[in-house]
Design a protein around this ligand. Structure first.
Ligand SMILES: *[C@@H]1O[C@H](CO)[C@@H](O)[C@H](O)[C@H]1NC(C)=O
Ligand SMILES: *[C@@H]1O[C@H](CO)[C@@H](O)[C@H](O)[C@H]1NC(C)=O
Ligand SMILES: *[C@@H]1O[C@H](CO)[C@@H](O)[C@H](O)[C@H]1NC(C)=O
Length: 382
């Protein structure tokens, strides 16, 4: 009885090893990402609220569902800045009290929540993109830093000061370092991201570009293994005949091509929101192609990192973009905004862009898109 049992056990072990891909730190491979040894186009999503869930079972449930659906790249917030630290158990990561130094919360309602997401993603082969600060005031953002490090009497715009202030940047780096040092070897981190949608309205584009140059260089000096992205919306692409078009202009102070070209930036990122940008859904297809062309010119992958429409019926609008992204050289993956599910406290955040699991929108944007990606891989092998 022992021998057959041993044989069966070792056979099982062999099979399990063969079925579990080796987890590796994601690298770029020309215009693609190489995830766990596979160079291909990868589907993904955004779930900014993941580290704010307090129940580990909820996190496990959501990540299981994502992995089962074949989603591979997940973007979630690595920031949660507050002016006053909550005392009711609400998750927060960094506080800026009215006097004294900022406090980084490494406790159980702090960065230990993000630690849990990263560990749970490792075992499931999910790859995370983690930005360190928000352009927007949601979850604090750059504004949360202002009272600590901005000169109220200066005529320079506060946002511009944030990018250029040594005191703001020292604190930002202190915070980012706390996260990076904890996960330097993690196979679940696809990329550290400088910010969510960094903008500097009316500023010379050099302000954000130079900040991105210095910050990406600094991240690589702390962690040379992981990829680094900017997290910008992709504004300011130079295209003939588009100069007067707001999204193609430098009005928000960012220049996509200069950011992609930075030596310590490994990929291009861009977003797409016709509801907010006063453009048509069809416009989105050329927006995707114009960014891809810049990435091709830099031999770096482009990640179509956020996209969405508010209309409740999303299939007729968003699947066209997915098809364009999949067939356009230079686009390495896409991440719709945003993932929706039901956890112990009810439905996850609904901002009208949410695609809830097992709905009609899910069937076209996750299930069917996943099948199209698989089919395109088979086509490439032939
Ligand atoms: C945590 O979530 C699980 C399922 O997602 C649920 O069964 C459990 O009751 C939750 N625990 C708490 C303390 O809310
Ligand atoms: C700047 O103004 C804000 C409120 O407008 C205040 O909270 C902050 O303390 C001020 N900072 C300095 C350095 O005076
Ligand atoms: C929105 O786009 C239309 C068509 O391109 C244009 O006529 C209109 O001026 C734009 N509105 C704003 C607020 O930019």
């Amino acid at each position: 009885m022992l021998l057959p049992l041993l044989l069966a056990t070792s056979l099982y072990a062999l099979l399990t090893v063969a079925q579990t891909p080796k987890r590796t730190i994601t690298k770029t491979d020309g215009l693609h990402f190489n995830i766990d040894g596979e160079t291909a186009y990868f589907p993904g999503t955004n779930a900014y609220w993941l580290p704010f869930l307090k129940n580990n079972s909820d996190v496990d449930l959501v990540l299981d569902h994502m992995a089962q659906a074949g989603l591979r790249i997940v973007r979630t917030w690595g920031f949660n800045d507050v002016k006053t630290a909550p005392t009711d158990g609400t998750v927060w990561f960094q506080s800026f009290p009215s006097s004294g130094d900022p406090v980084i919360n490494t406790g159980p309602t702090g960065l230990q929540r993000l630690d849990y997401i990263i560990r749970a993603a490792e075992t499931r082969g999910l790859k995370l993109i983690i930005p360190f600060v928000n352009n927007w005031a949601d979850y604090g953002g750059m504004e949360a830093y202002y009272a600590y490090c901005i000169d109220n009497n200066s005529k320079v715009d506060k946002k511009e000061q944030w990018y250029r202030s040594a005191k703001c940047q020292a604190q930002y780096q202190k915070y980012a370092r706390t996260i990076i040092e904890r996960h330097k070897e993690s196979t679940a981190v696809l990329a550290w991201e400088l910010a969510n949608e960094p903008r500097c309205k009316g500023c010379d584009t050099k302000v954000v570009t130079e900040w991105a140059r210095e910050t990406s260089k600094w991240i690589k000096s702390v962690d040379s293994k992981h990829l680094v992205a900017v997290g910008d919306e992709g504004f300011g692409v130079k295209v003939d005949g588009k100069a007067g078009d707001y999204s193609y202009s430098h009005g928000e102070g960012t220049d996509f091509a200069s950011l992609v070209a930075l030596p310590d930036i490994d990929m291009g990122t861009f977003h797409l929101y016709p509801d907010h940008w006063n453009v048509t859904v069809a416009w989105g297809n050329s927006w995707i192609q114009h960014h891809a062309a810049v990435c091709v010119a830099n031999n770096k992958p482009c990640l179509f990192e956020e996209y969405g429409v508010m209309a409740s019926e999303k299939c007729s609008q968003e699947t066209g973009w997915q098809a364009t992204a999949l067939k356009t050289r230079g686009i390495a993956g896409d991440q719709y905004w945003q993932y929706g599910d039901t956890v112990s406290t009810g439905k996850t955040a609904d901002d009208k862009f949410t695609v809830y699991k097992d709905t009609a929108n899910w069937n076209c944007m996750v299930e069917a898109h996943g099948k199209n990606i698989k089919a395109s891989k088979t086509a490439k092998e032939i």
